[in-house]
Design a protein around this ligand. Structure first.
Ligand SMILES: N[C@@H](CCC(=O)N[C@@H](CS)C(=O)NCC(=O)O)C(=O)O
Length: 206
């Protein structure tokens, strides 16, 4: 059994989607970021970085805890043998897109949403910088997805699971992916998957 520690954000949804796609049994613990649960000693013992998501895998001889959503995806992929392309060339392409998500898109959009939704001061130059880079990366993905069903080859991989919660969140926000037709078609394809829908509904286990 795996314990998932998460909240209603794209980084949190990513791990729920992966667990659902892998068909692994798990229990969800909601870490309410508004009340600061992520900074309690109990949670810091699981993720010293004080951020969701994190998992603890109890299936082995000793529990294994993993934090950082991309690291959790790789851990679960290794555990199950799922969502890792078969050839070296396809794996390299998967890593490229996974890394752009983890190191470019998600941090950028995190800052953008912070300034759009929470900051008391919203300098236009700051909003522009984060909005432009976010939209540039989404347009890059749009062009890559032209003529493709998924980010790499014909099969869903970690790259798709990494990107989908971010793109679905943007599509439902007051930013838009209108005009990015290949990205939109991919997003519709991905969000039609039951595992994606379930992973993006955060429900605490009783
Ligand atoms: N790179 C990390 C980012 C994690 C992250 O930023 N988590 C946010 C929510 S999306 C968080 O827990 N913020 C609370 C805080 O920083 O106090 C990942 O992908 O797991």
């Amino acid at each position: 059994m795996i314990d998932l520690y998460s909240y209603t954000t794209p980084n949190g949804y990513r791990v729920g989607i992966m667990l659902e796609e892998c068909g692994l049994p798990y229990r969800t613990h909601i870490i309410d970021l508004r009340s600061g649960m992520q900074k309690t000693p109990e949670f810091l013992a699981i993720n010293p970085n004080g951020k969701i998501p994190a998992i603890v895998d109890h299936d082995g001889a000793k529990p294994i805890s993993v934090f950082e959503s991309a690291a959790i995806l790789f851990y679960l992929s290794e555990k199950t043998g799922r969502f890792m392309p078969k050839t070296a060339a396809a794996r390299a392409e998967m890593w490229e897109w996974q890394m752009i998500q983890a190191s470019g898109l998600s941090p950028m959009i995190g800052q953008l949403f912070y300034f759009m939704n929470y900051a008391t001061e919203k300098p236009e130059s700051v909003l522009k910088r984060y909005r432009d880079e976010t939209m540039r990366l989404l347009a890059l993905a749009d062009q890559h997805l032209k003529g493709r069903s998924f980010f790499v080859g014909d099969e869903i991989s970690l790259a798709d699971i990494g990107w989908i919660p971010v793109v679905a969140t943007v599509a439902n926000s007051n930013l838009t992916i209108d005009g990015l037709d290949h990205l939109k078609a991919w997003c519709d394809r991905m969000t039609a998957r039951p595992a994606v829908q379930k992973g993006m509904k955060l429900v605490a286990s009783s």
